[in-house]
Design a protein around this ligand. Structure first.
Ligand SMILES: C[S@@+](CC[C@H](N)C(=O)[O-])C[C@H]1O[C@@H](n2cnc3c(N)ncnc32)[C@H](O)[C@@H]1O
Length: 246
């Protein structure tokens, strides 16, 4: 079904919302499945480009090198939103295999449009729950960097169990990162920043690059994200946390 958007804007198409059981088997999820509206351009990109740039989710570990048609350092971005950072980093680091994981069609469509426009052949996208990707699809010590930028903060206390940064998450990241690899988290939600810091400081497998208990400011090489700009408009302070896998 085609729905006219605001006059002069791209039209929007209602696409099938991926069923939850196609995205995850976990009962507690860090994401919500939003409505399935994508622009015509995004739908077109999803159809044409996902077969090339998408990696189907696998319940068993895969070798990343054939998926990128080369061996190279691998960086994972979890919840890339519309893909601005994913694309920026892929363009800045052509020597890196950039793997992006996201669940939302419109964000993936947006990212794919950019991937094609910039001819970025070092990007692959998995449309699936990142927790299952980390736990099932990626092999031990296969990643050089994990980026978790502005994850959904799940502000209400009764929703804190949906925050992605939990013991299971740190176990999976510790397993998939190479020794010396980096976990980079950022948030503009102070309470979530404290939550992340507490969990990471208690975990001997990770070493805080800023020193014990310290937060980092945004490294110049980390692009500002869409959600970060929103945080700035709301007057929020942004916290970056960079930890090295021991
Ligand atoms: C608040 S947005 C931030 C997007 C982007 N990183 C930015 O800063 O603009 C969080 C994103 O993470 C995605 N997300 C949350 N949990 C996820 C999961 N378990 N697997 C994949 N994506 C997830 C959501 O769909 C959403 O697009």
């Amino acid at each position: 079904m085609v729905i006219p958007d605001k006059v002069g804007n791209d039209r929007q198409t209602t696409v099938d919302i991926p069923s939850l059981d196609r995205l995850t088997r976990r009962s507690i999820r860090s994401f919500v499945v939003r409505n399935g509206r994508t622009t015509d351009a995004q739908s077109d990109a999803l159809q044409r480009l996902l077969p090339h740039y998408g990696l189907p989710y696998s319940d068993s570990p895969i070798d990343l090198a054939p998926a990128f048609a080369r061996s190279a350092p691998a960086w994972l971005e979890i919840g890339f939103g519309n893909g601005d950072v994913l694309l920026n980093m892929a363009a800045e680091h052509p020597d890196v295999n950039m793997l992006g994981v996201e669940v939302h069609e419109s964000g993936i469509g947006h990212a794919l449009i950019g991937v094609e426009a910039q001819a970025l052949d070092n990007v692959r996208i998995v449309q699936h729950d990142a927790m299952e990707v980390l736990e099932n699809m990626l092999t031990a010590q296969s990643l050089d960097k994990v980026l978790l930028l502005f994850p959904d903060p799940w502000r209400k206390k009764r929703h804190h169990k949906r925050r992605i940064v939990q013991t299971d998450f740190l176990n999976a990241v510790a397993n998939t990162l190479k020794p010396g690899g980096v976990l980079h988290c950022a948030t503009d939600w102070a309470d979530y920043g404290t939550w992340m810091l507490e969990k990471l400081e208690q975990d001997d497998r990770f070493m805080n690059q800023a020193g014990p208990g310290q937060i980092s400011t945004r490294p110049a090489w980390r692009p500002v994200t869409r959600f970060e700009r929103r945080g700035h408009r709301l007057g929020h302070t942004v916290v970056d946390l960079l930890y090295t896998r021991r």
